[in-house]
Design a protein around this ligand. Structure first.
Ligand code: HEM
Length: 482
């Protein structure tokens, strides 16, 4: 395995901004399996699907641990919340509890609520976009749709407008989390001496922990009180955890951090994909036109597409997959760690090595993707499986992408995320003709924004796709509200 040339602090600094670009350069220079010292930490960067599978999936027993990052796991999540937990019994228990609300049967059971949120968002965009007469930035609407889905699953309630104060609070905390827990660029994570010194990052991490407790811990306390008072409480993850508190030996911090992980892990990631769809679809009218023709042919104009239509709408499915390939919300995912020494080919990967999946390079490999920088949904037109199912295939050329990670730590929320994205994007395509506005081109470049890689603010025109579309949407909402 070849090492990057500039070990220690120089490497961390090179990774501070747009780290995926640095890793891509390194991968091109040093190869698909390279190692680098970040402070006192050996990090292996994997830029090839075969190696990713060989390590993280085939040898999941070795590569499923997490390094106890000083900021993310020790200071913010305090070792709980699944995402940052070491690979141990507690992680297994918390992941099993999380799965009760994320497995296939669970997602089916609340799909009607996800469908409602998608249609509700369509109505708001029709109204606030004045049926195509006003310029509108869809991003806040998409954020609220995603927020409502995660609130429903986690806490059993929803917000009623994009101006609801909960939206701003949740997004602020998610963004703080993303900014403060960058996977390979926090100096203090890799230089232990810095952990003993007061620092701005440490102060912000402690504050974030308190804010998570204040917001989500507060909601949990309220729910517990309601349950104790015998009030009717909507089924949701937190209710399940409160009911199982004694049996599963969960303390208040376990419950608060697991609920926080749902809100942090599920809201902005899913929203980012949907936001890129609202930017890329109007910027590629021929792609939109083909999806419209397909929707007319398969679904017709008398009802909105549903979860059942996913198999019969290849063009719509392909748009989503291509957006996910081009715009992974977190290019470096969440690093894994080797829990024992492991020999891969002729390379020794010592116990404690952090393993980072370089998905940018994997998603832009010209040997797999012709003209990889182009947005071209056609490359997925024959891929019939959902991406979550494609991640389980042995053939790597059939795997759609790597946005959900790999191996035993693969995102447990991917079925929920896929269902939300499908319902929202297929309904938007059915209901809208989305148009770029002359003189206001949409910036399609990724930028290191507040969180992940969401698009810069932009405006579009959102017209009802055909006469009578709005009536069908309104009737659908009425029926579901009844
Ligand atoms: C498009 C949306 C999403 C993306 C791109 C995404 C991506 C990821 C990635 C890359 C990981 C790390 C996987 C690894 O270590 O290999 C992860 C873990 C996780 N995600 Fe997601 N995620 C999404 C949606 C969700 C949703 C809706 C939830 C719902 C609660 C969720 C909850 C989690 C949790 C709890 C973990 C930690 C798993 C573990 O460490 O065992 N994610 N996600």
């Amino acid at each position: 395995m070849r090492s990057s040339a500039d070990p220690s602090k120089g490497s961390i600094l090179a990774l501070r901004s747009y780290p995926e670009r640095t890793l891509d350069r390194w991968a091109k220079h040093y190869g698909p399996l390279l190692s680098v010292w970040l402070g006192n930490q050996l990090v292996v960067v994997v830029s090839d699907p075969g190696i990713a599978k060989g390590l993280m999936a085939t040898h999941g027993a070795v590569f499923s641990d997490r390094k106890e990052m000083f900021i993310e796991s020790q200071t913010v999540l305090r070792g709980r919340g699944v995402i940052a937990s070491p690979y141990n019994r507690q992680w297994r228990k918390h992941r099993r509890i999380a799965s009760l609300w994320l497995n296939r049967k669970a997602v089916e059971s609340y799909t009607h609520a996800l469908q409602f949120e998608a249609t509700d968002m369509i109505t708001d965009l029709y109204t606030d976009g004045a049926d195509g007469l006003a310029d509108i930035d869809p991003q806040a609407y998409v954020d609220r749709c995603s927020l409502n889905n995660m609130l429903a699953v986690t806490f059993g309630f929803r917000t009623d407008s994009i101006h609801h104060p909960m939206l701003g609070r949740v997004l602020r905390l998610s963004r703080k989390f993303t900014n403060i827990t960058r996977p390979v660029s926090n100096l203090v994570d890799f230089v232990p001496i810095l952990q003993r010194l007061p620092s701005d990052t440490r102060r912000r991490a402690r504050k974030l922990h308190s804010e998570l407790l204040e917001l989500y811990g507060g909601l949990i306390e309220e729910m517990e009180k309601s349950m104790q008072a015998g009030a009717e409480v909507q089924d949701c993850l937190v209710k399940t955890m409160l009911l199982k508190k004694t049996k599963e030996d969960l303390d208040d911090l376990d419950i608060a951090m697991l609920a926080s992980s749902f809100m942090i892990g599920g809201t902005e990631t899913t929203a980012a994909i949907m936001q890129w769809c609202t930017a890329l679809i109007p910027a590629h009218p021929h792609v939109q036109k083909r999806a419209h023709e397909e929707l007319d042919r398969v679904v017709g104009r008398d009802c909105l597409p549903t979860a059942e239509d996913v198999d019969s709408l290849p063009s719509c499915r392909a748009i989503i997959k291509e957006v996910e390939r081009c715009h992974n919300p977190h290019w470096l995912g969440t690093p894994h760690m080797a829990s024992r020494d492991f020999v891969y080919g002729e390379h020794l990967i010592p116990k404690g090595t952090v393993v980072v999946l370089n998905t940018w390079t994997m998603h832009h490999n010209p040997n797999r993707w012709k003209n990889p920088m182009d947005f071209d949904p056609d490359r997925y037109i024959d891929k019939q499986l959902l991406s979550s199912a494609s991640a389980k295939l042995s053939s790597l050329s059939e795997r759609d992408h790597w946005i959900f990670g790999a191996g035993r730590r693969i995102c447990p929320g991917m079925l929920l995320a896929e269902r939300v994205i499908w319902l929202t994007v297929s309904q938007m395509l059915w209901a809208f003709d989305m148009q770029q506005i002359a003189g206001k081109p949409i910036d399609l470049n990724e930028h290191e924004g507040l969180s992940g890689r969401r698009p810069r603010p932009f405006e579009v025109r959102i017209r009802p796709r055909f006469e009578g579309a709005r009536k069908i949407v309104d009737e659908d909402i009425k029926r579901r509200n009844a």
